[in-house]
Structures are given as C-alpha cells and as structure tokens.
Ligand binder design. Structure first.
Ligand SMILES: [Cu+2]
Length: 482
C-alpha cells in the first residue's frame, strides 16, 4: 500500500498557518449578537415623581392596543406610559369580572422595540381613580411593574408604589424576545390573575431573518372568577371577583386568548390564502401550561422565547410554561379558517380557542356540528315567547346544539331533566344549588353558579315549551339524517 506523498516542508508550514488563522477567526467568531460589551448593564436608579398622570392610561407610539401589532417604531428612544387601574371587564359573555390592569385594558398594551433601544417608562398607580366610563368596586392598592425584557435591580425598579404615586425608570432591552411584563406586588399570583400583564416584543438589532405578511400577538391566560360576595351588579348582571382559593389550586374557570373567552373566535385574526403569518405567542399562566397549536398548518419556524437564535423547524405545537413565549411562523396554505388552540383540550374547552380567518369572508362553516338551523322558529305561541326570553337573557351563556359555552348546551335538556326540575331550577338556581344534587354536580362541572334570572313561573314554562320544541326538532332532524 502506498502512502500519499507528504507535501514539502514549506507547504506544510503554510497549511499549519492557514489552519491556525482559521481557528483564530473561529474563536473570535462573527460579531456576537449577545456581546455583553454592547449591553446596558448599568441602569440609572428609578425615580419617584410627585406629579400623577392624568388623561389616557397608556401612551407611546411604540404601543399596540390590539392583537394586530404595529410595525417597529424606528426611533431609538421610546417613551411609554402604562398606568394601573381597577375596572370591570367582560371576560366571557355575561361574566363581568373585577380586574386590575395596566393601561386600562387586559392584557395590557404591547410594547415593540429593538435590542439597544432606550425605553423611558413611567407609571402612575391610579387604582384610587375610576376611569371615565368604567366601573370598579375594588379598594385602591399597591402595584408595581416587572419587565422581563429588562436587566435591572428588582428592589429599585420593580418596587411597589402606592395609589397616587408615579414611578419612572429607563431600560435597554439587551436580548431579543417576546417578554412578559406583569405586576410584581404580593400576592403576585392574585395581581396576575386579576389581569396585570402584557408583552414586550424585542426585535434583534438587525430585524427578523424572515419576511411575513401578517403579525399578531396572542396572549394566553387563566381566570378564576367567583360571584362577588358583596353582590355588586353592573347593568343588572352580577359581578365576579377573583376566587383566591381556586387560584391557589389552579382550578381555572376560563383559559383564554387575549383576555376573553373565545375572544379570537368572535374577532378572528385575518389573513389571506398563501400568506405567511407570524404570531407572537405568550403564555401568561399564571399557573398552567399551554400547548399552542394551529389546526391545518405546521409552524415553519418556532423561535423559542421569541429569539431567532432558538430556532426549531416544522413544529406541530409549541409547549409554553408560565411566562414562556415563542414566535411561530407558518404559511396559510389555502382558503379556510385555521383554529388556534391550546392542545391541552381541557384548556381549549375553557376558551383557549381562536381563528385565523383566511376564508375571505365566506359564510360561517361551523366549528362544531349543528342540529338546529339558526333561522328555525317554533310556531306554538308559548314556545315563541320562550325563544324570545332565551335570546334576551340566556344566549350569552347557553347555546342550543352548538356546544357548551359558559353554561351547558341546552339541546336535549328536556330528555335529561323533568319539567318539574326545570321549573324549580329556572325559578331559583340558588336554592337548587343548595339543595339539589343534580344542580350541585352541574356546578362542579361548570365552575360558575348560574345567576338567578328573576324568572316568573309563567316565563319558566314558556322557556320549557321552547326547550321541548327544539328537542322535538333535533329528533326529527336526526331521524331525517338516517
Ligand atoms: Cu398589582
């Protein structure tokens, strides 16, 4: 066997030199995007200001207030204000929840910035005010701001401030990502579960490596409501407050996208067939995990925590713990409605559902099976009146044949329950929840006591006539199918 000829000595030296040059360059590497010498690691102290903000609860051109996030504001200096407030918000149809907010909305506004930008942040604790047009029954209290996008002393910047106080500090986002912000005042769990959270999107200095047609923010969070023990009402509807026991045992009633039960089903995110979509997804928690999935497509790219360095390709779901996030990008292949869902389906059933609507406004193809055409109307006068009452007072929480909402789907209810039981239930759910086992079992399942609807016996009978009508219809349609 012949060995290959050795190169002459001079050649060998040249090769060695070449290799060591390469090695040296590899060690120095291309410019490190996470070079600490370019980071801000010496933030200035926070200041407490005497003056309190008035007017809007949120301000700054780099803020977005809806799922449709604005493009990056190119300015290096970004001044933003996020004041805290207490207000009643609707988290599900008919469920008025006593919330604490940043920027007077839940989730709070989204800040978009770039690595190296300077954020000038200020916040007044306005929990002692009632914002124009809103209602609150909550006592003022301490709040604070914790930006996961910042690297600063928590004792200084994230300190709690009293109602009427204003805190201000600057920070520089050192890393790209999709970062949670939240109130850090004890009990933090209660402040987060009451609505005090939002997102900071930090782009890499050089921007994202891909181009997309649409960008949206999707924030998942849990709600733990219980009827207000003091019995407050808004527009005649009961108010719900945080259930401080259930929040500790993670027994959420709702798990939602962007602050509302099925909110992104009611108001889908719009796209067109063939487009590429980028979602900034954050799971707030406060305590549960999200297995984020979009039915009908595959995530071409997943950037864990929103940093393109943490790239995964071709993913079906992305698993997000509390305060974990991802940027997901995918192609919308064809006309259709693409369902966003927490694939922990117990969470989806609590409202973690949304749509990317690429149907171009074609009529609704229902998510779930329909038994009753929406246009069908009973002919019997009693049932007609029942239907009217139902549409006025019940539709927010119940459907007929379209699946459970806040309360059970009522299709088939006359087969499950006797008329006598239904009359008693409709006249006084409270009494029934105290004394009747069936009612108690329902409450266990739905977590939320049905509020007393103030129905007379006559109205209850009208509703029951309507229930009988649709159950007859349902049967007729079922047998018609076979
Ligand atoms: Cu707070």
């Amino acid at each position: 066997m012949r060995h290959p000829a050795r190169p002459p000595v001079r050649g060998r030296l040249a090769v060695l030199l070449g290799i060591s040059l390469l090695a040296a360059r590899a060690l120095a590497g291309p410019a490190d995007p996470f070079d600490e010498s370019r980071m801000d690691l010496k933030p200035a102290p926070a200041t407490l200001l005497k003056a309190r903000h008035t007017g809007p609860y949120a301000a700054g051109s780099a803020l977005s207030f809806t799922a449709a996030i604005k493009p990056l504001d190119p300015a290096h200096d970004k001044t933003i204000r996020l004041d805290t407030s207490h207000k009643i918000i609707e988290i599900a149809p008919g469920v008025q929840y006593s919330a604490w907010t940043f920027g007077n909305q839940v989730p709070g506004p989204t800040l978009r910035a770039r690595v190296g930008d300077r954020i000038h942040f200020s916040m007044t604790n306005r929990s002692d005010e009632i914002a124009p047009g809103s209602i609150s029954f909550q006592a003022p209290m301490m709040h604070s701001m914790d930006f996961h996008a910042a690297m600063v002393s928590p004792q200084d910047k994230y300190r709690s401030i009293a109602p009427g106080q204003t805190i201000a500090f600057d920070f520089t986002p050192n890393y790209p990502g999709v970062f949670m912000y939240h109130c850090g005042t004890p009990m933090i769990l209660e402040h987060i579960a009451s609505g005090m959270y939002g997102v900071v999107v930090v782009e890499p200095r050089e921007g994202y490596p891909t181009k997309v047609d649409r960008e949206y923010v999707v924030i998942q969070s849990e709600f733990y409501p219980k009827p207000d023990p003091q019995g407050h009402k808004v527009d005649g509807k009961p108010v719900y407050v945080l259930d401080t026991e259930k929040v500790k045992t993670k027994e959420s009633t709702y798990t939602v996208f962007n602050g509302r039960y099925n909110g992104l089903v009611e108001q889908p995110l719009v796209a067109k067939p063939g487009e590429r979509v980028r979602l900034f997804v954050l799971n707030v928690g406060p305590s549960n995990t999200s297995s984020f999935h979009v039915v009908g497509t595959i995530f071409d790219r997943v950037w864990l925590d929103g940093n393109p360095r943490n790239e995964l390709r071709g993913m079906q779901t992305v698993l997000l713990g509390s305060s974990s996030s991802a940027i997901v990008e995918f192609r919308v292949p064809e006309k259709g409605k693409y369902i966003m869902v927490d694939h922990h389906f117990a969470n989806a059933s609590q409202g973690a559902l949304g749509l990317i609507d690429a149907s171009g406004g074609t009529p609704d193809t229902d998510l779930e099976h329909h038994n009753i055409p929406a246009t069908a109307t009973p002919t019997d006068a009693q049932a007609v009146q029942g239907k009217q009452i139902f549409e006025g007072k019940c539709i927010a929480c119940h459907s007929v044949g379209e699946g459970n909402k806040v309360g059970p789907d009522l299709l088939g209810v006359t087969r499950r329950r006797s008329d006598g039981w239904l009359v008693r239930w409709l006249k006084s759910p409270e009494t029934m929840l105290k004394s009747d086992e069936t009612a108690q079992a329902l409450l266990k399942k739905f977590n939320l006591p049905m509020p007393d609807q103030g129905l007379s016996e006559a109205d209850a009978l009208r509703l029951i006539a309507y229930f009988h009508w649709f159950d007859q219809q349902g049967k007729a349609m079922k047998s018609g199918e076979h």
